[in-house]
Design a binder for this molecule. Structure first.
Ligand SMILES: C[S@@+](CC[C@H](N)C(=O)[O-])C[C@H]1O[C@@H](n2cnc3c(N)ncnc32)[C@H](O)[C@@H]1O
Length: 259
């Protein structure tokens, strides 16, 4: 970097579930003034359209069979762009602090003296619950929300401790689609009732969102049968049954759409 070049900053921005009106104002402003935008596969066209025409847009996630960039490549790219003095936005689906590798990217950039700012976004669990009309916690019914992933960095098995098996825990499992049989089996083995209400929501927050309303025991088979192609979030807990009671007009058509 030439000594006189000013270092740009990198904003690690949550794009929410897809709809532009679910962006925070701060996220929309960051995208609207970005000079370089690195974005993941799940970012919608509607959100990308907020970037200036002159903004350099680089896709980092896989779409339509293309492979994803390696994390190291993304890190180096962000660094190079910041070293050119550009205002960089790293745009991630949902909230960047939830399974978004924001900590790794931030640590890498800080090691090179690049300033970062995290802008939160609406995570998939919040989007799913809002869209289908149920709460993630509920007084006297769900005392905690446990956000977890079924895929561990080292390829380890799903194991998130005894709290997950307690009746008053709502479990939001990200990246759990392929492990749903194992997840249900383990939770039931650890004491969670097989009849616990459970749901799988595909494309939460989008107009084409679909949901399966089921029980912990039956969810794996129903999800297999539905064969969703979009991102899927598993929600396990009594609160999901509240979707059935919701008078929201968006509810009913979705209920059987995936089954
Ligand atoms: C790498 S994680 C990113 C999560 C994201 N940072 C968030 O806060 O929503 C990707 C996983 O999140 C879940 N996910 C993301 N967007 C989703 C959506 N619109 N509908 C359902 N699940 C979604 C899926 O489980 C997907 O495999």
């Amino acid at each position: 970097m030439p000594p006189e070049a000013r270092l740009g900053t990198v904003k690690l921005v949550g794009a929410g579930p897809g709809a532009a009106d679910l962006l925070t104002l701060r996220a929309a402003r960051a995208i609207g003034s970005a000079q370089a935008l690195l974005y993941d596969a799940l970012i919608s066209e509607e959100v990308l359209a907020l970037a200036p025409a002159a903004c350099l847009k680089i896709q980092t996630g896989k779409r339509a069979g293309r492979t994803s960039m390696k994390q190291e490549t993304i890190n180096r790219l962000m660094l190079r762009l910041a070293q050119r003095g550009l205002e960089v936005v790293r745009l991630k689906g949902g909230d960047p602090s939830i399974f978004g590798r924001v900590g790794e990217e931030q640590a890498f950039l800080h090691a090179y003296g690049v300033a970062t700012e995290i802008v939160p976004g609406v995570t998939a669990a919040s989007a799913a619950a809002a869209q289908f009309g149920f709460p993630l916690t509920h007084r006297g019914e769900s005392r905690r929300l446990l956000i977890c992933t079924a895929t561990a960095a080292g390829g380890g098995a799903f194991d998130i401790g005894q709290r997950a098996a307690e009746a008053d825990t709502t479990l939001a499992v990200y990246m759990g689609r392929d492990q749903v049989h194992d997840i249900a089996r383990r939770l039931i083995r650890d004491g969670r009732a097989p009849s616990t209400p459970a749901a799988a929501v595909e494309n939460a927050g989008h107009a084409n969102a679909r949901a399966i309303w089921s029980t912990l025991e039956e969810l794996p088979g129903q999800l297999d049968a539905a064969a969703p192609s979009g991102p899927v979030l598993l929600l396990i807990g009594d609160v999901t049954a509240r979707a059935a009671a919701s008078p929201s007009h968006r509810r009913e058509p979705q209920r059987s759409a995936m089954s």
